[in-house]
Design a protein around this ligand. Structure first.
Ligand SMILES: *[C@@H]1O[C@H](CO)[C@@H](O)[C@H](O)[C@H]1NC(C)=O
Length: 233
């Protein structure tokens, strides 16, 4: 216990220095910043306050992430009052990424997650029910799911935890430890060239649903929000 306490102390100091805003306060945008969760917890998260939308018939979700966790975790959790897994990007193992929505999992076998930041995009559209994952601008095999369905709003977007209710119902064993940044979400499928461009840099103006540079966010718990040297201001 004592050892853990001492180990945590320097970290807590860092959090206080880096985080200009108090937990729970509403802050605008994280352009040039990344979010670090140093360990799995039951209550640390960042909530992205995207504007409400009635429903989506397509989306692109992109972010940069790195994690050395070996246990499953949520990378991106969107819950509504009707469905707590309305849209979930889930790392089941070091090599298996799942897109879960409408209680359907589409699984992708990918290069192993590790300490190197990688750029991940997931695209889906309802008409054909086509799901694709992009890693560092390279496309996966196309898979099929959610044909004719919609992603409903309003709901809550959470990084760091998996929601079993809107904005809550967290489980330490489903939480994320690592670093995540440049989260963007669009209401359409980006063109391959756009995904490649997005994967190479940091967007000052990005997603029309979630825009890392301007979407309001709140956070709680042990979260370090700090400079991301990948994006010089
Ligand atoms: C998390 O996993 C550990 C190890 O498997 C287990 O002992 C613990 O009970 C789990 N915690 C919860 C909240 O499920």
């Amino acid at each position: 216990m004592d050892t853990v306490g001492h180990r945590m102390k320097p970290f807590v100091t860092i959090v206080l220095v880096i985080c200009i805003y108090l937990p729970g306060s509403d802050s605008i945008g994280m352009y040039g910043k990344s979010v670090r969760f140093p360990a799995k917890t039951a209550n640390s998260f960042v909530r992205l306050h995207a504007p409400d939308f009635p429903s989506l018939t397509a989306f692109t979700v992109c972010f940069r992430a790195a994690s050395e966790e070996t246990h499953p975790y949520s990378l991106f959790s969107y819950a509504t009052s009707i469905s707590d897994n309305e849209l979930l990007i889930w790392q089941e193992s070091k090599t298996e990424l799942w897109l879960e929505f409408h209680d359907q999992d589409t699984k992708f076998d990918l290069p192993e997650m590790n300490a190197l930041l990688r750029h991940i995009c997931v695209t889906w559209e309802s008409q054909e029910g086509e799901i694709t994952v992009w890693v560092n601008g390279r496309r996966s095999v196309r898979k099929f799911g959610g044909k004719g369905r919609v992603v409903k709003g309003p709901g809550a977007f959470i990084l760091g935890q998996e929601q079993d209710s809107v904005g809550g119902g967290f489980d330490i064993n489903q939480s994320f430890a690592g670093e995540i940044s440049d989260v963007h979400m669009w209401d359409h499928v980006l063109q391959p060239n756009d995904i490649k461009t997005v994967s190479q840099g940091c967007l000052r103006y990005g997603g029309n649903i979630i825009d890392w540079g301007s979407t309001h966010y709140t956070f709680q718990g042990i979260v370090a929000i700090g400079g991301n040297k990948d994006c010089p201001l």
